[in-house]
Design a protein around this ligand. Structure first.
Ligand code: DC
Length: 229
């Protein structure tokens, strides 16, 4: 891991706001962004595409190692190309999320994606969004955040997101899915979801997005990692 550029790690359960917050903080600082969840989602999607069973660890690790993916930064989002095809919205479906959570539980897959994640670290800095950014991938990060929110609030947020995309989903089924995914992410034996010992936990249940972005920018400034903006 390069020590030349600082890393802000943002870990936490799905729906805590990591994606939006990470993107906004990276934009404000002019830093790079790693959406590590997208790598697990892309591995799952590539596996389905190539008919690799989601429990065949060795073949899934090969899929992860050979992942042909391009991230294209655009104004308010990032477009993702898998094997040259736009996969931006496909990787966000519940089915791919569920499959991602399964492949993410396999140690060989996690190992295969490690170097690819380290490669995102370049000057002037990196915001790394995931589940194990502070505990496994960037253990030396000078600022580690664990972003969380109640499961009910996360289900509401997910429902709003889906509604904006024109998809209707019941709150109770979303809540069940979130709880099942939390349990799988927290109970797996390899890189389980948990705050790093030196992480700062931020509960966003009652915070707005700009409040969280401001708080993180303040913390970075206090630690001399960014200048006041
Ligand atoms: O954050 P997300 O919903 O896009 O992540 C998809 C799945 O990948 C989720 O089940 C957790 C898993 N994941 C992981 O195990 N480690 C990461 N660093 C990021 C995501």
């Amino acid at each position: 891991m390069s020590g030349a550029a600082p890393v802000l790690t943002i870990d936490g359960p799905g729906g805590a706001g990591k994606g939006t917050i990470s993107r906004l903080v990276a934009e404000r600082l002019g830093w790079h962004l790693l959406d590590s969840g997208a790598l697990y989602r892309l591995t799952a999607l590539a596996a389905v595409k190539h008919e690799v069973p989601l429990d065949d660890e060795a073949r899934l690790a090969e899929v992860a190692l050979g992942l042909d993916v391009v991230f294209v930064a655009e104004a308010a989002s990032t477009r993702v190309l898998l094997e040259g095809e736009d996969a931006t919205s496909t990787i966000r479906t519940e089915q791919v999320g569920d499959a991602a959570s399964r492949v993410a539980a396999l140690p060989a897959v996690r190992q295969a994606l490690l170097q690819r994640q380290h490669d995102f670290l370049k000057p002037p800095g990196l915001v790394a969004d995931g589940r194990d950014m502070g505990t496994v991938v960037f253990t030396e990060a000078p600022l580690k955040i664990f972003l969380t929110a109640s499961a009910e609030e996360r289900a509401h947020r997910r429902q709003r997101q889906l509604q904006e995309a024109g998809v209707d989903a019941s709150l109770s089924s979303l809540l069940k899915e979130i709880q099942a995914r939390d349990a799988r992410d927290m109970q797996r034996s390899v890189a389980p979801l948990k705050p790093a010992d030196d992480a700062i936990t931020l509960d966003t249940t009652r915070l707005t997005i700009p409040e969280v972005v401001d708080r993180l920018t303040e913390l970075l400034t206090e630690r001399g990692l960014a200048s006041a903006t």
